[in-house]
Ligand binder design. Sequence first.
Ligand SMILES: [Zn+2]
Ligand SMILES: [Zn+2]
Length: 204
Amino acid sequence: MLNLNWNYHSHTLYTDGSHTVEEIASYCDGHGIKEIAITEHVKRELSYDFDALLSDIKHANSKFKVNIITGLEAKILPDGTLDCTEEIKSKVDIVIGSVHSLNGMDQYGAYEKLARSDCMIIGHPQLCSDKIIASMVSTGKIVELSARYDQQDDMIMAFKEAGLLFSIGLDSHKLSELDDFDRVKEMIQNFGLQDRLWKFTKNS
Ligand SMILES: [Zn+2]
Ligand SMILES: [Zn+2]
């Protein structure tokens, strides 16, 4: 029986989520979630105080029975870098890179750049090619199983065949989405990914 109790992609009131870090931590504590990553949207020009977010996480970590990991989600830019400063990147444990606004790139081109970028996890991937997968393998990317975006069966199979590891990232914006594992559970079972799930360790 597959028991999922971690979620490596969530948002808070600092950006477009609906709850504070403390509300998220309290919900996780009460619902058996052992590990959660707060992966706020960032950009080079931040519109909120990232250090205040980190201090909320530290506080909630000491108050609730859930391991809260620091993270961020940044979009890929046409120049192949993430829309994020090195300083903010150095302050977190999990860096998710995503294709959001294309800024003139085509989708394949955007995923090719993302696959070669210095993110750790590819956020909610929606397409791939042999070339994209080869880059993901050579840069050691982890690919996200998403509860929010449609993901094609043949893409998930291609990731599996390439030997990539999968991150469970529900992209939660509301409390009820923090432990809504049904869809990713179904994918894990359908594609036999039970032993291919990535778990965070401090040195990964
Ligand atoms: Zn995203
Ligand atoms: Zn997100």
